[in-house]
Design a protein around this ligand. Structure first.
Ligand code: UDX
Length: 460
């Protein structure tokens, strides 16, 4: 039965990266057996059900095709390790919450446990692929742990950072800008690298498969995320100046982005970036720089995170100022809670910060989101305040004094705002934290409109 597969691939960690990435490999390569293993029984049961643990457009379809054919989800990590020739490690590496480097460095405990488990269970040589984002030179530590066994089994460790973005994961995996594979430049390292190249070459053109040394590959992931986040903080910093000078951030972003050296993507001013990667990876970079005594470099990158915190706080303060310096007892409806559209993920979402601040100001909060209400409830659990969760945006906004649009869901563009306006307290306010609404039209309906980085449209 097992003989029908050319290769056995295991991925340890069934999260946002491991699940979709392995689903894509299995979907594209029916000749390989792909197993995703995790210690979390509930998560694995969900992967085996019709209700997958993450929402990602297109994911259900590819899982349906491959699951049971050559894609398997299991909690038996030991068996998986024994069986596989190639093991992806995609366990989470959150920011450390304790001890040295707390709040900055990556917490590598899950990852190290996994390395030790591989070492204990392996009976034959294997290629280990770092999928999790890790500090530079982690592969070296992994090699040391793996070679500390007495059995003399040889392991090659590759770095293969994942660049997929949530909400577009399937498209990014199917048609990536690039796949990056870092290896040792030894004979056995290069051989391991070529094995992984062959897997991706099943559907990615060779020119897009980059290879490098391990340390460059590890650092590239941190640098790529830092550059992307930096663009957002840069445009957000200019949005603050626009609001003081009556300039329009959309015009500025367009003019700047049309310079082909700059490029137009990732220049949308917003309520602040969120997501599991940007802040974590930048802080990780900052910690590494400090560790190597590069304080100026550390400060430079840290300011990207500081600008993002400032943008979130600024959004709340703008609301306060516009609404006559008090939010106490006022109904405020958050349109969106996810950190971006097309995902139910709320990790580091600006919405969490904003919701907490509004509650501090004693506002009455109504949260609506098409996919993230369950997570919103978890994020705000235990917080003392008046919060309700409502699926329907019309119902959510009814009776409120203001709407704060936090996530750029398409559905918010097409709502009947006349109907919403009629149902709200007056004067009614809209704070468009994503600049996706038709501000002039909203103003004509009667709203007082506060975009990001543009002059407000008010009736006062
Ligand atoms: C990011 C990287 O894009 C991806 O390559 C990496 O693998 C993981 O981290 P992700 O966090 O899923 O992906 O989402 P991304 O699309 O990058 O958005 C991050 C945050 O920035 C979101 O909150 C988004 O709304 C915000 N953003 C993005 C802006 O505020 N303005 C923009 O112009 C773009």
């Amino acid at each position: 039965m097992e003989m029908r597969f050319e290769r056995n691939i295991l991925c340890i960690g069934a999260g946002y990266v491991g699940g979709p990435t392995m689903a894509m490999i299995a979907y594209k390569c029916p000749q390989y057996k792909v197993t995703v293993a995790d210690v979390d029984h509930e998560r694995i049961a969900q992967w085996n059900s019709d209700d997958l643990p993450i929402y990602e457009p297109g994911l259900d379809e590819i899982v349906k095709v491959a699951r049971g054919r050559n894609l398997f989800f299991s909690t038996d990590i030991e068996h998986g390790i024994k069986e596989a020739e190639l093991i992806f490690v995609s366990v989470n590496t959150p920011t450390k919450t304790f001890g040295a480097g707390a709040g900055m460095a990556a917490d590598l405990q899950y990852w190290e446990k996994t390395a030790r488990q591989i070492c204990q269970c392996a009976e034959a040589p294997k290629v280990i692929v770092e999928k999790s984002t890790l500090p530079v030179r982690t592969a070296l530590a992994m090699e040391r742990i793996l070679t500390s066994n007495d059995s003399g089994i040889h392991f090659d460790v590759l770095s293969n950072p994942e660049f997929l973005a949530e909400g577009t994961a399937i498209r990014d995996l199917e048609d990536p800008d690039r796949v990056l594979i870092g290896s040792r430049l030894t004979e056995s390292g290069l051989k391991a690298r070529d094995e992984l190249v062959e897997i991706y070459a099943n559907w990615v053109s060779r020119e897009r498969i980059l290879t490098s040394d391990t340390w460059s590959s590890e650092l590239s992931k941190l640098a790529a995320n830092a550059f992307l986040a930096q663009r957002i903080s840069s445009i957000n910093s200019v949005s603050a100046l626009c609001e003081r000078t009556d300039a329009d951030i959309s015009e500025v972003a367009k003019a700047v982005g049309m310079d082909s050296r700059v490029g137009s993507k990732f220049l949308n001013a917003s309520v602040g970036f969120g997501g599991s990667c940007f802040k974590k990876d930048i802080l990780n970079l900052v910690y590494l720089c400090r560790n190597y005594g590069l304080n100026e470099v550390a400060n430079y990158w840290e300011s990207v995170v500081q600008m993002n915190e400032y943008q979130k706080e600024r959004f709340v303060l703008n609301m306060m100022t516009a609404m006559f310096n008090t939010l106490a007892g006022k109904g405020i409806c958050l349109f969106g809670f996810a950190f971006k559209a097309n995902t139910g993920d709320t990790r580091e979402s600006a919405a969490i910060f904003i919701a907490k601040r509004l509650i501090e100001e004693k506002a009455e909060l109504v949260v609506t989101d098409p996919k993230a209400l369950e997570n919103a409830r978890i994020d705000l659990r235990g917080i003392d305040g008046d919060v309700s969760y409502v699926d329907d945006p019309y119902e959510a906004a009814a009776g409120c004094h203001a709407i704060a649009l936090v996530t750029e869901w398409d559905l918010y563009r097409d709502l009947d705002f006349e109907k919403i306006y009629r149902s709200m307290m007056k004067p009614a306010f809209i704070f468009d934290g994503r600049n996706i609404l038709d501000h002039r039209r909203l103003f004509e309906i009667g709203f007082n409109v506060f975009p990001i980085g543009k002059p407000p449209l008010t009736h006062f």
